[in-house]
Design a protein around this ligand. Structure first.
Ligand SMILES: O=P(O)(O)OC[C@@]1(O)O[C@H](CO)[C@@H](O)[C@@H]1O
Length: 391
């Protein structure tokens, strides 16, 4: 057992740090992309200007008086207002940035822009790339392989789909989205499969991350779990509103399902079957306000805790869910995953490509070889991935 009881919370004020680059470079670049994505009017552009200035040079201000969740954020941000965005926890600052960006474009305000996802054009474009097409065509070949091989390939497909993250590709130049996949730095997939024996009365919660090229492989995995009775019921949890650029919402699930349904070959068959799983109640899409909260899962509300407690296993997708699962802190990398997730109300697994500094659950030899070979960039470059699970 590691002796770790606590570790520094990640802030964004360390010069040269990844967290700082997100606030100083990624967020301004995102504001520019959003400006170009829709024919926003002068009021929205002024609000985006104000957000850019506030978040890079100013101090954290409250949400506007009409915001439905103003009190909630006032509570979550107690002690942070009036301070530099760089000096408060990175997780909080990023989450609040997305909330303020929605405020700037009028996402929650009554009027014509209410409910218009500012990231939707980017998410949709993702579905129509050559790579996305090739991934669907590959399903025809995969269907000829033994079932166990299919299962493992679909699990890895869902894992590596997490590289397709629009926020990430904005500053990495898309580098991590191409090239050969490196071996996993932790691979508990055998343990994950052992939690889901075929034919058992299993239920799975899959907490989705990105839409588009990540969500499609997630849906393919879900179909496999249901079809081969690794799970009798699957709940797919998505975000209630746009978040971290490409995070999946219910509308994105519908887009992904339609996309699959229209495809040729095996992909089209899977798409139609997924509609049928939903119709029969074997696949349910759900959301919860907590998925957009700037908090670790250790602070989840009782109703969500109960949902996860009732599942045979909860699968957390992606980097942000990982940060929230283990805590957005600089843990010693060899801190056991089981120790960091001991609070979780049931078995839990993480499928994540590494795109931020947080990491736990490495063995000493792996950590030493990573540091020797790549200095610390392996933590954030999206070239490495892991599957971690605990019963
Ligand atoms: O959860 P995801 O989509 O895998 O990753 C989200 C992410 O790219 O966004 C943050 C920076 O904006 C990073 O901390 C994190 O890696």
């Amino acid at each position: 057992m590691s002796k770790t009881v606590d570790a520094p919370v990640i802030l964004s004020n360390e010069p040269g740090s990844f967290a700082r680059s997100v606030l100083a470079e990624r967020h301004p670049a995102l504001i520019e992309r959003v400006r170009g994505a829709f024919p926003y009017g002068p009021g929205q552009h002024r609000a985006l200007d104000a957000l850019l200035t506030e978040s890079t040079e100013g101090v954290i201000g409250p949400l506007g008086p009409g915001a439905p969740d103003r009190d909630q954020w006032a509570e979550w941000g107690r002690g942070y207002f009036g301070r530099s965005w760089f000096d408060v926890p990175f997780l909080w600052a990023e989450s609040y940035f997305y909330r303020k960006l929605l405020e700037a474009v009028g996402y929650f305000a009554a009027g014509p822009w209410q409910g218009i996802d500012p990231f939707r054009p980017f998410k949709q474009a993702e579905l129509h790339t050559e790579e996305a097409e090739a991934e669907l065509t590959a399903l025809d070949r995969l269907a000829l392989r033994p079932v166990g091989e299919q299962a493992q390939a679909l699990l890895y497909g869902s894992l590596w789909g997490n590289r397709a993250d629009l926020g990430f590709s904005m500053t990495s130049g898309g580098r991590a989205a191409a090239g050969a996949e490196s071996p996993l730095i932790a691979d508990d997939s055998a343990s994950l499969w052992s939690l889901l024996p075929a034919g058992g009365p299993n239920t799975v919660c899959l907490v989705a991350d990105n839409a588009g090229r990540e969500l499609v492989p997630d849906l393919l995995l879900v179909d496999h779990l249901l079809r081969h009775h690794h799970a009798e019921l699957v709940t797919l949890h998505v975000k209630p509103y746009p978040y971290y650029v490409s995070d999946a919402m219910a509308a994105d699930v519908i887009d992904g399902l339609r996309h699959l349904k229209r495809a040729d070959g095996v992909a089209g068959v899977v798409g139609k079957r997924l509609w049928e799983w939903i119709r029969r109640g074997r696949l349910t899409v759900r959301t919860h306000a907590f998925f957009c909260a700037p908090l670790p899962y250790a602070d989840m509300p009782e109703d969500l805790r109960q949902e996860f407690a009732d599942a045979t296993v909860t699968i957390m997708k992606g980097d942000l869910n990982y940060r929230r699962l283990v805590g957005d802190q600089l843990w010693p990398p060899t801190t056991p995953f089981a120790e960091r997730t001991a609070y979780f109300p049931g078995p839990v697994a993480a499928l994540r490509t590494l795109k931020s500094d947080v990491i736990v659950g490495l063995d000493e030899r792996t950590e030493a070889s990573l540091v020797a070979a790549h200095d610390q960039r392996w933590r954030t470059s999206g070239t490495h991935a892991l599957i971690q699970a605990r019963r």
